[in-house]
Write a new protein. Structure first.
Length: 245
């Protein structure tokens, strides 16, 4: 039996208010629900609003989610976590302590006879030149070592400011222009033999089909709570509205 779930752009910890607490409870209920039948879970970037892996410290506000994922892998659910632009510094914590496989960029695999290409998609748009330069700076190992010298309390405070700015920038994107770039990229992957392409980053759910191939943008979990599910035969975009809580 195959039941694979795909989620992206949850941005857990984006705010410190009651609305954020309600949103996090909603996400946890979704995770508990899918843990009943999931065989695989793919997190396609930006699980947290900010994640930077220190050598001996993990942020306590993420504890409930880290514990939930550990319970899932203990049950035998295979979990993969792709780095996004908000959680790019993934070390060995997820693999060593939680049993979650992490990927710095794209991840390709075959499941139930279908070929999948998944990637967060940050920097894909043709006019994202500035961000692509910034991405190289942020993912530079030397720069990350320097940032690790900053006390975590201060590091997370600085990161919250930049994360907020990044989300505002994403919300101001030219979606029609960028959507074309993403669709063209997906169609190129179809020509390379992939049946399904999934990305996030744009915060806008989308399904684009070409013949029997399908591209899905996974959307986000700030307002829409969208995700994709593959049952071994087909891939579908779905939603987890508040009525399901």
């Amino acid at each position: 039996m195959v039941k694979a779930y795909f989620i992206s752009d949850l941005h857990i910890g984006a705010e410190d208010n009651e609305k954020e607490l309600v949103r996090q409870k909603h996400i946890l209920k979704f995770l508990h629900k899918i843990s009943k039948d999931a065989t695989r879970i793919y997190i396609v970037g930006d699980l947290f609003d900010f994640w930077f892996e220190y050598k001996t410290v993990i942020p306590k506000k993420y504890f409930a989610f880290l514990n939930t994922f550990k319970n899932m892998t203990d049950k035998g659910i295979e979990i993969h976590y792709l780095a996004g632009n908000h959680d790019f510094a993934l070390g060995n914590f997820f693999d060593k302590f939680l049993g979650i496989k992490t990927w710095e960029n794209e991840y390709t695999f075959e499941l139930a006879g279908s070929k999948f290409f998944i990637w967060h998609g940050d920097g894909l748009a043709k006019e994202d030149t500035g961000y692509r330069i910034l991405k190289r700076i942020l993912r530079n190992k030397f720069n990350q070592r320097i940032f690790r010298w900053i006390h975590p309390d201060l590091g997370f405070k600085l990161a919250r400011f930049t994360s907020s700015s990044s989300r505002k920038y994403t919300n101001q994107l030219n979606y029609q222009r960028d959507e074309k770039d993403y669709i063209e990229f997906a169609e190129q992957k179809f020509s390379e033999g992939f049946n399904y392409v999934m990305m996030g980053h744009r915060h806008r759910p989308l399904v684009h089909e070409e013949n029997s191939n399908k591209y899905i943008n996974l959307g986000e979990w700030i307002d829409r709570c969208s995700y994709a599910v593959f049952d071994g035969k087909d891939l579908e975009l779905s939603y987890f509205p508040s009525t399901d809580v």
